[in-house]
Design a protein around this ligand. Structure first.
Ligand code: PXP
Length: 240
């Protein structure tokens, strides 16, 4: 079976830095250490309120990172402008609500549909790989294809909650499995992310055709005990 790629989301290095208004810990240093430790890409989410990653983090990481940078953004004019200027290798378009703690669900693909289509077209013209962060349902997968996306990232929040709370997760697993199969059949590359831990990543890695996991909060938390490098290496072993 081909190995699943690991994208390491380092937003919460910036969360810790911003908690004290200092220059450390440095997201750039975390990005470069992730690269050295075997990450296949580094993910950062430039949120509208800049609560963790700041514009300067994006610029620095963009200019120094050799592996692909995956930039998560909301579908807004501001983010489109920044992305066209910075030209990261990958973009994942995500929904964003100001009051949410984290990205709580997949995109509503019926909302701002025309803007999304134009945005995807403009970004693809710059050679950027476009992914849409969606719930595991067939309608949204078809819509993603129609909008011109290269990939979909399946929101794994629900199944991860079930697994974390020792609740039955088989139905959600089957739903994701079907979504992955369908997306593949219509030519979309499939990624998965949100709330993943060692256990949930291992369970989901059994679904063939998921090409990439994007993991953040658990990796940064686990790094307190194990260190970033060892945590990344452990994840790579688990999902291979
Ligand atoms: N993928 C996407 C699209 C996300 O928005 C996030 C959260 O920023 C993640 C993956 C990573 O989620 P977590 O931090 O829970 O691992």
């Amino acid at each position: 079976m081909p190995t699943i790629k690991l994208g390491v989301n380092i937003d919460h290095v910036a969360t810790v830095r911003n908690a004290r208004g200092e220059k450390y810990p440095s997201p750039l240093r975390a990005a470069l250490l992730s690269q050295k430790s075997g990450a296949d890409s580094v993910t950062i989410h430039l949120r509208e309120d800049r609560r963790h990653i700041k514009d300067n983090d994006l610029k620095e990481i963009r200019s120094k990172l050799k592996i692909p940078l995956n930039l998560e953004i909301a579908s807004t004019n501001e983010m489109l402008k920044i992305s066209l200027k910075q030209k990261p290798s990958y973009i994942c378009i995500v929904p964003e609500k100001r009051k949410e703690i984290t990205t709580e669900g997949g995109l509503n693909l019926n909302f701002k549909k025309n803007f999304l289509k134009i945005m995807i077209k403009k970004l693809k013209l710059k050679g950027i790989r476009i992914s849409l962060f969606i719930e595991p349902n067939l309608k949204d997968i078809k819509r993603s294809k129609d909008l011109g996306a290269n990939c979909v990232e399946i929101h794994t929040g629900k199944i991860c909650n079930l697994i974390n709370n020792n609740k039955p997760f088989k139905n959600e697993f089957i739903k994701i499995q079907k979504a992955v199969k369908y997306a593949n059949s219509i030519g979309l590359e499939v990624h998965a992310g949100h709330g993943l831990t060692y256990k949930s990543a291992q369970i989901l890695s059994k679904i063939s055709d998921i090409k990439e996991f994007n993991i953040g909060h658990f990796i940064i938390g686990e790094s307190i005990y194990l260190g970033l490098s060892k945590t990344i290496k452990k994840f790579k072993r688990i999902i291979k």
